[in-house]
Ligand binder design. Sequence first.
Ligand code: PAF
Length: 274
Amino acid sequence: MLIAHSIAELRHHLAGFTDHSFVPTMGNLHEGHLALVRQAKPLADVTVASIFVNRLQFLPHEDFDTYPRTWDSDCTKLEAAGCDIVFAPSEQDLYPEPQTFKVQPPAELADMLEGHFRPGFFVGVCTVVMKLFACIQPHVAVFGKKDYQQLMIIRRMVQQFALPIEIVASETCRADDGLALSSRNGYLSAEERVEAVQLSLALQAMAAAVRAGETDFAKLEAQAMAALSARGWKPDYLTVRRQSDLQAPTPGAPLVALGAARLSSTRLIDNLEV
Ligand code: PAF
């Protein structure tokens, strides 16, 4: 497996390959990331994974400084998963001068749900993903469904900018008890880790109610928020939306239940297609 710490090194390693598949990550890799790499592998003649903790998508009070940097174990895992090139630029390499050009996704996609609770988050995500796309020039990129809104916005960005990149969605990987795998699960104490599955259970209950014919979504959401709050969580949202654009449900539209909630100081997100 080759390693590139600069755009020049990356382009040198990529020379001679025609089809590039790409998995963007912020490192601290778990089985969910490795599943993306394994999915990307047969789609091209070279598979690139990036490891870059992107300051632009963190609010000042968030965990940019403490986000786990686990370079050695990340490389071991990526190599075992079949990754060919790791692109791990430093901030100086990726942003040698301040990134004053930014990708601004439309408010109707990016200011709700995650974007409402993390203002500017999707500007940061779109800007770095656009820049990584420019560096890697993939013909296919694999994103996890766990970040459902991110996946939707990246799809729209690729469409709007007519980028010749196929976006492939990968199913969420879960622990045996159903907790969605996430780098931030590592912040949970043993006791919190046991409790953490309640977020996915709440989404399962919402999805089951919708499948059973419930259409009072406001009532469902209020019940789910109250149930998690009663267990000591601080929910940001639990909601049922259309899969296509995450707007309010309309008759016949495929739906998804999405949630974000804080357990002590750890903010977890999850979703479940109905
Ligand atoms: O999903 C993530 O880990 C990040 O948002 C991404 C896509 C790597 C951009 O920094």
